[in-house]
Ligand binder design. Structure first.
Ligand code: ZN
Length: 341
């Protein structure tokens, strides 16, 4: 089968399309013929090289959808020919977090395409508990586009942010995968949604997704605009993944008792801050990563009812994976970059 692998770290040219043997399902595993898989910023970091990932070569890709072609022994709830998509979080299943259904808080959490071989290949075998039957109204491309980014945004806003009707929410980078998901999820909960984007074209798309106010992050002061938009109160919740370049502005935009929730550091991980503002304003800084199976099932139901919509920015054939990586890195996209198989 064809698989997109890296044998060493580096830029787009380390991406190779290899011919390798198809995997066969072990007990409890399901073999899926991949129809669509999507790119995440995580793929760029893994490709560039981050500490602690699986030995190379590695098949990239965390999100995927397709058709079941074989089931290992003891698989009970999945059948051959079913259309399915993959829950991207692997966990131990036995620790206190896993037993509470919070597998993204498991200390042994692993992700496809980071710690183990991922979804950018023709066939993948995954544990039965990571397979969800796909509603017939959802395309393979859409099903590959939403899990990681919507799960991440949902866990940030709902579990950590406790978003509710009337919450003043600032979504950083509204045109990114997590950002465009967060706009929709915050709006779905009745929040007042502010977001930042980098061009007029993206501004319009953010409004179409439900943003109440859009800030041009190249030409406007984010904190000043948030204060204007909130009668000087600031944001109750900030969804952050940009990192160093915007951290100071985010803290200025955060209101009394506000929660700044971060899941990424695209522009760099090192920040500094004045602790006095944090305790006097009784604010919370919360780290968040991925989400859990119950949240993914809830998201899938909302996708099926069209209350939320996956946002596919551009679809590439898998053979054009180097162009797809370049396209994602250039921030040309609004929504997700998907590979079709
Ligand atoms: Zn666990």
């Amino acid at each position: 089968m064809k698989a997109i692998r890296i044998h060493k770290h580096g830029k787009e040219d380390v991406l190779q399309i290899d011919d390798i043997p198809e995997p066969e399902p072990q007990a409890g595993e399901v073999k899926i013929k991949i129809k669509a898989s999507s790119l995440n910023h995580m793929d760029l970091w893994v490709r560039d090289g981050i500490p602690g990932i699986a030995p190379l070569p590695l098949i990239l890709g965390c999100d995927g959808s397709g058709v079941v072609v074989a089931c290992g022994e003891s698989v009970r709830h999945v059948a051959i020919d079913e259309r399915v998509f993959i829950h991207p979080v692997l966990s131990c299943g036995e620790c206190a977090a896993c037993k509470q259904g919070l597998e993204n808080h498991c200390r042994y959490m692993q992700l496809f395409g980071e710690h183990v071989n991922g979804t950018h290949c023709e066939y993948i075998c995954v544990p039965e508990k990571n397979v969800i039957k796909l509603d017939e109204s959802i395309s393979f491309e859409d099903a590959a586009a939403f899990p990681l980014v919507f799960l991440t945004a949902w866990h940030m806003l709902v579990y950590n942010g406790k978003v509710k009707k009337g919450s003043r929410v600032l979504v950083m980078g509204g045109s990114s995968g997590v950002g465009s998901a967060a706009i929709q999820i915050a709006k779905h909960h009745g929040a007042f949604v502010m977001t930042t984007v980098g061009s007029d074209e993206k501004k319009q798309l953010a409004v179409e997704l439900g943003a109440d106010a859009v800030i041009d992050h190249y030409n406007e002061s984010i904190s000043k605009r948030v204060k204007e938009l909130t009668e000087k109160q600031g944001a109750d919740i900030i969804v952050e993944h940009v990192g160093e370049k915007v951290w100071a502005e985010c803290l200025k935009a955060l209101g009394m008792s506000g929660r700044l929730i971060t899941c990424g550091a695209t522009t760099g991980p090192m920040i500094s801050m004045d602790l006095r503002h944090l305790f006097i304003k009784q604010q919370q800084l919360i780290g968040s990563t991925m989400g859990n199976l119950n949240e993914l099932r809830e998201l899938h139901a909302l996708m099926a009812s069209k209350a939320l919509k996956p946002l596919v920015g551009k679809v590439f054939p898998y053979g054009a994976v180097r162009e797809a990586h370049q396209y994602l890195a250039d921030s040309k996209h609004f929504g997700k970059v998907v590979l079709c198989w």
